[in-house]
Design a protein around this ligand. Sequence first.
Ligand SMILES: Nc1nc2c(ncn2[C@@H]2O[C@H](COP(=O)(O)OP(=O)(O)OP(=O)(O)O)[C@@H](O)[C@H]2O)c(=O)[nH]1
Ligand SMILES: [Mg+2]
Length: 401
Amino acid sequence: MIIKKFQAETEAEAIIKAKDEMGSSAVVLNIKTIKHRGISRLFKKNYVEVTAAIEEPQHVTAPIPQLPKINVAVDNAYKSSGSYAMEPSANVIEEKLNSLQTMLENRMKSAEYTEKEEINKDVQESADESREENTNLKFIKLIYNQLIDNEVDEKYVNQIIGEIQTSLKKESTVDSILAAVYQKIILKIGQPKSIEMEEGKRKLVFFLGPTGVGKTTTIAKLASYFKLEKKLKVALITSDTFRIAAVEQLRTYAGILDVPLQVIYTIEEFNQAVETYKDYDLVLVDTAGRSHKNNEQCNEITHLVNDSRVDDNTVKEVYLVLSAATKYKDLIKINEAFNQVKNYNIIFTKLDETSCLGNILNMKLNTGVNISYVTSGQVVPDDISLLDPQKIARSLLGSNE
Ligand SMILES: Nc1nc2c(ncn2[C@@H]2O[C@H](COP(=O)(O)OP(=O)(O)OP(=O)(O)O)[C@@H](O)[C@H]2O)c(=O)[nH]1
Ligand SMILES: [Mg+2]
């Protein structure tokens, strides 16, 4: 991991500097306001220091040396800051990390914490090697259990713990261990992918996935955001003619938002619908929920996504919608069922229905696919935001903010 600090007058300028130098995959680890001390504080302005990180070059695709686009957040929490969608609005990360550390330390001290908890083999071997590092090992053990409790797959927990153990020095403290794990998780989750408009291009965005995960509701949330907040011309298409109620559900949202909706039965009708929407900026496509066990149904959707026609001014984008509450084993199978679809991203829904967010990290590491939005409730349009890697990392480490 390469970590660098960038200073500027404002948070936004410091982030631009970081992304300019380290590439768009750089992840913000910390944001701090630096106040001058002593007499110099009378003459000098305070400034902001952003700590950013990227994985070592062999682990990442080459950073794209370009300025990040300013991206108005979908997440209400970030709107007021005028900051980037994927970065927290204020200098809260350090504070949160401190409270997380206190919580973990308290738990370590608590009587409930017993030595008989299972620990991974690597950790046990290291424990035997060095008794003096007992406190650190207990702390690592605690983090290990915490991640397992949050249903991070054991393989990835071992990977994370293994990676930080090789980089830890003898004199490491619990706070440096926690910071290392926290940073690792953020880097592994990666930068979220949002729907962004490109100059002179129209976007055709497909949503697919299992039944009942929240595809239609997510489309309604995004349609509302892009129409009302971003002032884009939005149109809807649905190929979900499987259930009458499904069309009616989307028609209701289309009516409220005053956006056109076309219902299509064949790929030819789909191509025509896309053609009639040629003056629109963003076309959102709903599809019928498909069981990953039904190959024929999944192939039908794959065919629509891959083989539908678009002109040179239209960019296709695909989102596989998954519920965060689905078992990891099933998520892998669902992903496999749709893996003939080109260049898709993942949206996780129903974060409010589970207290274990390990699947987000698991799926990122299992597929390498970008995670984009997350939804955490039924309310249209509010309950959606861009994935916040810091928030997920804190949650995986036991924070319940
Ligand atoms: N708790 C919770 N419920 C959600 C969320 N997103 C959607 N829902 C609910 O999940 C149910 C199914 O949502 P839909 O949007 O119809 O799901 P779908 O994937 O389009 O379903 P099909 O078209 O039948 O495959 C509805 O009751 C939604 O209100 C979420 O983030 N959290
Ligand atoms: Mg639906």
